[in-house]
Design a protein around this ligand. Structure first.
Ligand code: SAH
Length: 259
């Protein structure tokens, strides 16, 4: 059990609380890919200052034969190779994961990753993530080690590492102390089921296009109303699915039993 604790800002009760450092553990065949992009900018600075921790463990360290092989041909035939259940299970067991940590497997067959899931993962102790390679991993280890499959989109990557980095990056920017202003995560895309309104900065006029006048008015209520309307229009045009999910969330269908 990890006993390192440090004071952290607790957004829920607006106070400094003691909590364990958020930690991501990655199981991969390419541990040299980490921290990679997670080592620069916001995430990198936060990593260097100890606001979160990253551990990349090599699955190949659990290979037992002299060729250190981790994969084999698919049962039933077909192209490519499959990550062996025994090797991956040994790698998982050797990691000695605390029972409260989410156990994820990056997989195009998984549930699509959402900002709501990111908020959930960022609020916990930090996930533990298996990255697949080749044609994927043996189904039996997914079941035996209760891995939750998560997809970053309806396309196929060559490995789970970049998907894991996307997930970790999205979590890290929500951790207390990582983003400059605590409010900057509050009204961005998806936080309210809407895409974010358009942003502008200097110069006041760019190639004949001025910044919308209302944003320079100093009238906070009108600015907020304008942003709201823009966010709704943008979401309606680009992601009507988000609007529908939002309406469903707000008004539960009459047919559901009332408690
Ligand atoms: N044959 C598999 C794809 C394997 S891709 C299939 O058709 O489902 C190799 C590995 O890349 C996967 O095991 C997974 O870990 C990762 N990966 C690929 N696409 C991904 C996605 N959209 N989301 C998350 N992980 C993905």
């Amino acid at each position: 059990m990890d006993t390192r604790v440090k004071p952290a800002y607790d957004v829920r009760n607006n106070s400094v609380a003691f909590r364990m450092t958020w930690r991501a553990t990655v199981l991969t065949l390419f541990s040299e890919m980490f921290p990679g992009p997670l080592g620069v900018s916001l995430a990198g600075k936060a990593l260097a200052s100890g606001l979160w921790e990253l551990e990349a463990r090599d699955i190949r360290d659990s290979a037992t034969d002299r060729h250190r092989s981790v994969d084999d041909t698919p049962a039933g035939g077909g192209p490519g190779m499959v990550l062996r259940a025994d090797v991956l299970a040994d790698a998982i067991d050797a990691a000695d994961i605390a029972p409260d940590r989410p156990r994820l497997l990056m997989s195009p067959r998984g549930r699509p990753l959402t900002q709501a899931k990111i908020v959930e993962l960022a609020s916990g102790p930090g996930p533990w993530i298996v990255c697949g390679r080749f044609e994927g991993v043996d189904q039996r280890v997914i079941e035996a080690r209760r891995l939750e499959e998560i997809s970053v989109g309806d396309y196929v990557l060559s490995g789970g590492e970049i998907a894991a980095m996307a997930l970790i990056d999205a979590c890290v920017r929500l951790l207390p102390g990582v983003m400059g202003t605590p409010a900057s995560g509050a009204d961005e895309s998806f936080s309210d089921g809407l895409l974010e309104y358009p942003q502008f900065t200097r110069p006041q006029e760019f190639e004949g296009r001025p910044i919308p006048e209302i944003l320079l008015s100093g009238d906070h209520a009108r600015v907020a109303a304008w942003r709201r309307a823009e966010a709704e229009a943008l979401t309606r045009a680009r992601r009507p699915d988000l609007l529908m999910a939002r309406t469903r969330g707000q008004k539960p269908p009459k047919s559901t039993t009332e408690g």
